[in-house]
Every structure is written in C-alpha cells, then in structure tokens.
Design a protein around this ligand. Structure first.
Ligand SMILES: [Mg+2]
Length: 232
C-alpha cells in the first residue's frame, strides 16, 4: 500500500522489542529485599512490566499500601540495581526475533517508527545504543515526562511531535497497558503474543489484532489501516 499520508507505528520496549523480564525481576527482588519487603518474584513482576516504576512498585506490594516515601526509596534502589547490572559483562537483554527486519520493512512502506515505554530515558537510550537502534525512531516517549501507561499522554506527545493524526497511528505492545493506552489515544492497538501478558488479556483489553511474530505486522497494518481520507 502506498500513501502520501504520514503514518506512525509506536512500539513498546520491554516485552515487545527486548526480552528484559529476567533483568527487571532480578532488580525488583533486590530493591524490595533492600527495604525488608517480600520479594515479588518473576511471575508477579511480569504482570507489571510496562508501568512506570512507582506505579509498578505500589501494585507489587499489594495488599500492603506503601507510604510514598517508601515507594520512592524502593524506586531508587531498583534504578541503582539496574544501573549496576547493566555494567556487568554478562548482562543480556536480547532483541526479540524480527525487530530489525520489521522496522526496515515498515520504513520502506513509509511508516515512521517511535517508542513509548515505562522505562526512563536513560534506560531506553541504553537499550537502543546497545542494539544500534538509536537512529531508527523519530519519537521517543518515556516515563520521565508522562504519567504511567495506560494514560495516553505519551502517545499524544508522539503525535504532537510528528504531526501524525491518531487515525494514521498504531500502538504495538505486549501488555494490556499498551492496548488500553492506544485505545485511549484513538489509534489502532495491536498486541504481541511473545511478551508478558497473555493473548486473552490483550484481546479483552480491546486489541484490534494480536500477532505471533513481527513478520506478521506489515500485513496486519495493511489489513486494519484505513487512510484518514476514507474515514473522515
Ligand atoms: Mg511491555
């Protein structure tokens, strides 16, 4: 499909572009233990990957209600643990299969690409630098300047920066937070089945489609996307 309209596809990072669950769970356990709290473990931590850290930590502690100052302290411990882990020579946070190929294909078809993540900008930059992806995205939205997903603030900023209409945008992510955020911003919302929330949850959250591999994404976008002129 060819078009003169600007189109933008926005990717989540953790669980969508990179498999970061083990690193995140390791640092979350470390941060909780440092403050005498029960470690949440991998399975529980997988459910909150994608939220901003304070929101994620508050959810992991439930049913306990943590004081704001304790949430801030655990957040700082997590950041410190992750910074240390990232310097380690055996740190491994692999890209999921097909990431580079799908970005190239979408680029050839005229789609701009961006990222919207609950990570801090420092963490996102580290992921992109390590995988030679720093120059592949026209807009990068992080938790530093926005409320946590599923608030649509990050997507509204991405559209503002690029000038792309929501009807010409698609959000791609592995969690219900991504799907709800995309829906709230009025754009196509496509789930990926290789991440941290299961397919049924993504569909219940309102995903327009759920893909099993990145190579399905260009065709799904062609199927689902309708030029703004047709729907105006
Ligand atoms: Mg994610």
């Amino acid at each position: 499909m060819t078009t003169d309209l600007l189109r933008l596809v926005i990717f989540d990072c953790d669980g969508t572009l990179v498999d970061s669950q083990h690193a995140i769970a390791h640092c979350m356990d470390h941060a909780f233990a440092e403050h005498g709290l029960d470690c949440p473990g991998l399975e529980k931590t997988r459910t909150i990957i994608g939220l901003s850290l304070p929101e994620a930590i508050a959810q992991l502690a439930r049913p306990a209600m943590l004081e704001t100052t304790l949430i801030e302290a655990v957040t700082n411990s997590y950041k410190s643990a992750f910074f240390t882990l990232r310097q380690s020579p055996d740190f491994f946070e692999p890209l999921f299969p097909g990431v580079l190929e799908v970005i190239n294909t979408l680029d050839q078809r005229g789609w701009l690409s961006g990222v919207a993540t609950g990570k801090a900008r420092r963490g996102l930059d580290a992921v992109l630098d390590r995988n030679n992806l720093s120059k592949r995205f026209v807009t990068l939205q992080t938790c530093d300047n926005h409320p946590s997903k599923p608030h649509p603030s990050m997507l509204e900023a991405a559209m503002m920066e690029t000038g792309v209409d929501p009807r010409c945008c698609a959000m791609i992510g592995d969690t219900t937070f991504d799907i709800e955020m995309g829906r709230a911003a009025g754009m196509l919302s496509i789930g990926v089945a290789w991440g941290y929330h299961d397919r049924e949850k993504l569909q219940s959250a309102g995903a327009h489609a759920v893909i099993d591999h990145f190579d399905q994404l260009p065709a799904i976008l062609d199927d689902l996307w309708k030029p703004a002129a047709e729907t105006a």
